[in-house]
Design a protein around this ligand. Structure first.
Ligand SMILES: Cc1cc2nc3c(=O)[nH]c(=O)nc-3n(C[C@H](O)[C@H](O)[C@H](O)COP(=O)(O)OP(=O)(O)OC[C@H]3O[C@@H](n4cnc5c(N)ncnc54)[C@H](O)[C@@H]3O)c2cc1C
Length: 381
C-alpha cells in the first residue's frame, strides 16, 4: 500500500535529522556573520563534505553517500531551515552538477569528477548570461572546435558557488546558426587557461552564497570534457533544471519552516497588553495559516521528488512545487517580520534576513512566470 508523503523511511528520517542537528549546532551561530561578510568559510564547506551532503547521490564506491534524490531534497530543506545560503550551495552541488554528471557523463568523466565532487571539490552550473536569462538558449558563449579540443569564449552571469567552485558545468554553442541545437555542455575546471571568475554580486538576500560572473577567453577545454553529446546541451540543461527546481522548492520550504520556528518562539515570549502575543487569536490564526501553507508546500515538494525518484513524469509538479513554495516562503517570512514588530526590521533578530533570502526563490532556476508557463502548457494543452 502506498504510504503518506510525509512518512519517511528510517534512513531518510535519520539522515534529515542529522543534517538539521548539524545545521543547528554548527551553522546557526555563524548565520549573521556569514550574511554580513557575504562569505561561506571554507572550514564550513569542509564540514559539509565530512557530513556527506556534498555527494549525496554519488555511489559509496566513488566516495559518495550512495543516497537518493529524495535524500538531497531533505538535506537542502534541513540546511535551509537554518541558512538558505548553505542550502543553495548543497542544492547546486547535488541536484545540478552531480546530477548532470551522473546522468550525462560517460564513465571517464564520472571517474574523473564524481569522487572529487563527493570529497572536496565544489561545483557550479553556468547557463545564464547578461542577455539570456529566461530565454536561456539564446546564449552567446561560443565553443570552437580545434585540434586539441574546444576553445570557449564568452561571459556567464549570476553563477552560484563561483567563488568556492573548482568544477563548472558551462553551456556554450558550437554552432550559433543551429539555435538551441548548437548548445553543448562542457566540464570546465577553474585552473584551465582562459578561465576567470569575475565580479561578485552584492545581493539582497542569500548573501553568503557567492554569485559571480565567469569570463571565458579562449578557455581551453579537452574534447573528453563534453558532457553528453555535442549539440545536446539543451537537453542536459532542461532536464537537470527540471530536477533542480525541486531542490529550490525544498530550499523555500526549509526557509519558511525556519521563519515559522523563530516566530513560534517569539510570539510565546513577547508580551503586550499583559499577555503573550501568542494568546491573541488574531496572532494564532496567522501562525496557523503559515503552518498550513508550509505543510501544503512541503507535500508538493515531496510529491515532485518522489515522482522524479520513481521515474514518473514530474515536470509540471516540479514547476508547481517551486512556484508555490517560493510564494509561501515570501509570505511566511513577511509574517515573521510583522509578528516580531520593530524587532523584525533589524539585523539583531534573524527574520529580516529570511525575508530578504525568500525573494530569490521566485527568480532563479526559472522565474515564477516561467513556472506558470510550464503549468499553463500542461493545463491548457
Ligand atoms: C542569486 C542568483 C543566483 C543564480 N544562480 C545561477 C546559476 O548558478 N547558474 C545560472 O546559470 N544562472 C543563475 N542565476 C540566473 C537566474 O537563473 C536568472 O536570473 C533567471 O533565470 C532569470 O533570468 P533574467 O535575470 O535574465 O531575467 P529575465 O529573463 O530578463 O526576466 C525578467 C522578467 O521577465 C519575465 N519574463 C521573461 N520571459 C517571459 C515570458 N516568456 N513570459 C512571461 N514573463 C517573462 C520574468 O518572469 C521576469 O519577471 C542566478 C540568479 C540569481 C539572482
Amino acid at each position: 500500500m502506498a504510504s503518506a508523503l510525509t512518512i519517511l523511511s528510517d534512513d531518510e528520517r535519520l539522515f534529515r535529522d542529522s543534517v538539521y542537528e548539524f545545521a543547528d549546532r554548527e551553522i546557526r551561530p555563524h548565520v549573521r556573520e556569514m550574511d554580513e561578510a557575504a562569505t561561506l568559510p571554507r572550514p564550513l564547506i569542509d564540514r559539509l563534505f565530512e557530513l556527506g551532503v556534498m555527494g549525496i547521490e554519488v555511489a559509496e564506491l566513488a566516495g559518495g553517500g550512495g543516497g537518493t534524490f529524495f535524500h538531497a531534497v531533505l538535506a537542502v530543506e534541513a540546511l535551509s531551515r537554518v541558512d538558505p545560503s548553505v542550502g543553495v550551495l548543497v542544492d547546486v552541488q547535488n541536484t545540478l552538477v552531480i546530477n548532470a554528471l551522473q546522468r550525462w557523463g560517460g564513465d571517464d568523466l564520472k571517474q574523473a569528477y564524481l569522487p572529487r565532487l563527493a570529497s572536496r571539490a565544489v561545483g557550479a552550473y553556468a547557463l545564464s548570461e547578461a542577455a539570456s536569462g529566461s530565454d536561456a538558449f539564446a546564449l552567446s558563449t561560443r565553443a570552437t572546435e580545434g585540434p586539441d579540443g574546444y576553445l570557449l569564449r564568452g561571459h556567464k552571469l549570476w553563477i552560484t558557488n563561483a567563488i568556492e567552485a573548482d568544477v563548472f558545468i558551462v553551456f556554450a554553442t558550437v554552432n550559433p546558426d543551429a539555435g538551441y541545437r548548437g548548445i553543448t555542455a562542457f566540464v570546465v575546471e577553474r585552473d584551465y587557461p582562459g578561465f576567470t571568475v569575475g565580479a561578485k554580486e552584492d545581493k539582497l538576500g542569500i548573501r553568503a552564497s557567492s554569485t559571480c560572473e565567469l569570463i571565458l577567453e579562449d578557455c581551453r577545454v579537452p574534447r573528453a570534457n563534453v558532457l553528453g553529446d555535442s549539440g545536446k546541451g539543451y537537453k542536459v540543461a532542461i532536464e537537470t533544471l527540471n530536477e533542480g527546481r525541486i531542490g529550490i522548492g525544498a530550499q523555500m520550504v526549509g526557509l519558511a519552516q525556519g521563519a515559522l520556528d523563530h516566530t513560534i518562539r517569539y510570539v510565546k515570549e513577547r508580551t503586550q497588553f499583559g499577555k503573550a502575543i501568542a494568546d491573541f487569536q488574531g496572532v494564532q490564526f496567522q501562525v496557523a495559516r503559515a503552518a498550513a501553507n508550509i505543510e501544503a508546500a512541503r507535500l508538493l515538494v515531496y510529491n515532485a521528488a518522489r515522482l522524479r525518484e520513481t521515474g514518473q513524469p514530474f515536470v509540471t509538479e516540479a514547476a508547481i512545487c517551486k512556484l508555490v513554495s517560493s510564494e509561501v516562503a515570501e509570505r511566511v517570512a513577511s509574517l515573521a517580520v510583522n509578528l516580531y514588530g520593530g524587532y523584525g526590521f533589524v539585523k539583531d533578530y534573524p527574520v529580516e534576513k529570511l525575508y530578504r533570502d525568500a525573494k530569490i526563490g521566485q527568480i532563479y532556476e526559472g522565474t515564477s512566470n516561467l513556472q506558470l508557463q510550464t503549468i499553463a502548457k500542461h493545463v491548457l494543452g
